[in-house]
Design a protein around this ligand. Structure first.
Ligand code: 2P0
Length: 303
């Protein structure tokens, strides 16, 4: 088989941060994301002639630990008597740098398995499967997605044409995985309950703002929700932060441009990189302005 299956990254406007249940995976609060069509993973599966399962990301052979993790996941929905396979995955997203590579990678892997093993699953079934690999990956199947507390995933609509760019602070693998970080916040953060309450409220407000195509509201909720999520890391034991001094510099650039009348808002995930949300029609002039102030790499996430 020579064709690749494609999986897309998504960035949450209202974050998923905490599992209410691990099996099945259920989020503490409903969350909403935007899919990034330029940040993707492509995956293909081949028969392994040496009779061992192998896993490559960007042509780099993955450790046995990574192979085992991946096999444990796909064994939940692939035939038990299958032959050994080689999985080849390519990320245009830097891997594990808080740029949602687990979402795009998991979506591509699930679709590749569906193809290779001829599982003939519906999108709804594939969404359910993906969630068990990486919670947030279930949202990558739709342009705008809501993942609810009961585990269901809904497609949302908004008449606005969004754009997103990443001000890259660091493309290295993060030191603490989102899974571990999230769990620590659930267990120890003294502000975790307040975060969940706020996120539930933000979800309602965000749905309204999307329906009304109110970009200012969408941006304000996106920023304050991200800051609240990151707040739970500083109130955990031991406390930690995904953000660095440079992340704060990037956030300041966004605020400065906003004070000059540019419609742009920031959000950050389990890593130091800062994503900027704007309207597509503003992309060229915003990119020009941001490039004058941000000298490191900028990734445009949508064509
Ligand atoms: C999100 N993140 O809503 C949040 C914001 C990171 C920060 O979902 O443990 O890889 O596999 O369910 O989906 C990243 O966590 O975690 C994530 P698991 P996942 O995008």
């Amino acid at each position: 088989m020579d064709s690749y299956s494609l999986g897309y990254a998504n960035i949450a406007l209202v974050k998923y941060w905490g599992k209410k249940s691990k099996d099945p995976v259920l989020p503490y609060n409903p969350n909403i994301s935007l899919r990034l069509d330029n940040l993707l993973s492509k995956t293909k599966i081949e028969k392994n002639n040496n009779n061992i399962d192998e896993f490559y990301i960007n042509d780099e052979k993955q450790s046995q630990e990574e192979v085992d993790k991946m096999i444990k996941f796909i064994s939940k929905f692939t035939p038990t008597n299958r032959e050994a396979i080689t999985i080849r995955s390519y990320n245009t997203v830097p891997t594990a740098a808080g740029l949602s590579s687990s979402s795009s990678g998991t979506m591509a892997l699930v679709l590749a398995c569906n193809e290779y093993f001829k599982l003939n699953k519906t999108t709804k079934e594939l969404v359910e499967i993906a969630k068990e690999g990486s919670g947030s990956s279930c949202r990558s199947f739709y342009k705008l997605a809501a993942w609810l507390e009961d585990g269901s995933v809904e497609e949302l609509q908004c008449s606005l044409d969004f754009g997103m760019m990443v001000l890259v602070v660091n493309e290295d693998r993060k030191k603490i995985s989102s899974r571990v970080a999230m769990e620590r916040c659930v267990q120890t953060s003294t502000t975790f309950d307040a975060w969940v309450e706020k996120a539930k409220g933000d979800f309602v407000l965000m749905k309204e703002a999307l329906k009304d195509a109110n970009f200012e509201k969408i941006g304000e909720i996106t920023e304050s929700n991200a800051l609240a999520m990151h707040g739970t890391t500083s109130t955990s034991t031991p406390s930690f932060s995904f953000l660095t001094e440079e992340s704060h510099m990037a956030m300041d650039i966004v605020k400065e441009l906003r004070s000059k009348g540019y419609k742009c808002y920031f959000t950050m995930d389990a890593g130091p990189n800062v994503k900027v949300l704007y309207l597509r029609e503003d992309q060229d002039k915003l990119y020009e302005e941001i490039s004058k102030l941000w000298k490191k790499k900028i990734i445009l996430c949508m064509e």
